[in-house]
Design a protein around this ligand. Structure first.
Ligand SMILES: O=c1[nH]cnc2c1ncn2[C@@H]1O[C@H](CO)[C@@H](O)[C@H]1O
Length: 345
């Protein structure tokens, strides 16, 4: 008889919204190797790569480790503003398509294929014939209060899910977001972190939608570094996960050496995923987050962490609060990730 773990009973149901991406690949593999989680599906978005390539990479990653039982659902190709315009009026669609070419894609971090320029063969499997937003709403309805979304890219699909079903925020269990920079600089520019910068309007919709949200920002993920010594250990492991990641990681290490002058890489996506596996490895504080959508600080996340009553109404007044991660047990996160990746099923 299958045990509770194999049947999914007692495991946290997760959907990973992802733009793979080298650190996305690490996070997805950690999820597949974590008995605490049941992965309901991968939804795709733009960010590290365009959405079509994100879908291809998600399918490829699941094929590479023999997990084609997990569905992949393609997400929006454009930011929420243009996605909604395209839905509402055909006359906007030309304009929307023009704007869509302006998406910011971080191929300089992950390679032009998103996976370390390895020229992997095209996957044989296909995504579901459904939109990511519809899949998110469907799964939230199927398992009310029980689904955790781990959002590793811009928040477009989640914003579209909120637009599609206003009761989505109350039906989804938790949304754990890799996004924002709380009281620290961004990584796209001094103001903005990449995922929020990718679609600031979507981020503001999601942060204020009233769902149970935990935001993991650069103030936390920049504390979690995979060192050269850890990389060597991964390279020496013969687990299929470690072997695959060893092939693709080089370009991510090179980028960190060039951009940050560090010998190692930041574990943004794995840290966020591990917040679902073992929430006790992070602490958080609660308040309202709003996102700047215009100007030189476009993509800035402003967290009202004061307990002050402002004299006037502000854009933060009366808005739903979210949890913002403030500390992380970085050695424990790295150790957990290594342990999961260096063993086979
Ligand atoms: O310097 C950068 N510019 C753009 N994207 C980056 C950079 N560093 C990491 N990421 C990617 O964006 C997310 C974290 O913000 C991560 O998914 C990471 O892979």
């Amino acid at each position: 008889m299958a045990g509770a773990t194999e049947t999914g009973e007692g495991r946290k149901k997760v959907i990973i919204d992802t733009d793979p991406g080298i650190d996305d690949a690490m996070a997805i593999f950690v999820a597949l190797r974590s008995p605490e989680l049941e992965v309901l599906g991968l939804t795709t978005t733009f960010g590290n790569v365009h959405t079509a390539l994100a879908t291809r990479n998600a399918l490829h990653l699941l094929e590479a480790v023999g997990r084609t039982d997990i569905p992949v659902v393609e997400g929006s190709h454009v930011t929420v503003k243009f996605s909604i315009m395209n839905l509402q009026a055909v006359s906007f669609s030309v304009h929307g398509t023009q704007k869509a070419t302006k998406l910011r894609i971080a191929s300089f971090v992950h390679g032009s294929d998103g996976l370390g320029n390895q020229n992997f063969p095209a996957p044989a499997s296909k995504p579901l014939d459904q939109s990511a937003a519809a899949f998110l709403v469907e799964q939230a309805n199927l398992y009310p209060g029980q689904v955790t979304v781990v959002a590793l890219g811009p928040l477009t699909n989640l914003a579209l899910a909120v637009e599609l079903d206003p009761s989505f925020p109350k039906k989804i269990g938790q949304i754990i977001i890799l996004g924002g920079a709380y009281s620290v600089n961004g990584n796209v520019n001094p103001a903005a972190e990449a995922n929020i910068f990718g679609d600031p309007d979507a981020a503001d919709i999601v942060f204020t939608c009233g769902a149970d949200i935990l935001a993991v920002g650069l103030n936390v993920t920049h504390q979690v570094v995979l060192t050269d010594a850890d990389r060597e250990k991964l390279e020496q492991s013969d687990s299929k996960y470690a072997r695959y990641l060893s092939k693709i990681m080089g370009i991510y290490f090179d980028y960190h050496k060039d951009a940050y002058f560090i010998k190692g890489v930041y574990l943004h996506d794995p840290t966020t995923l591990i917040a679902a596996v073992n929430p006790s490895l992070l602490t958080y504080t609660e308040g309202v987050v709003r996102v700047q959508t215009v100007g030189i600080t476009r993509g800035l996340t402003v967290f009202d962490n004061t307990k002050k009553r402002y004299a006037e109404m502000t854009a933060w007044s009366g808005m739903p609060t979210v949890k913002v991660a403030v500390t992380v047990d970085a050695p424990a996160v790295v150790e957990l990730m290594m342990q999961r990746l260096m063993t086979d099923d």
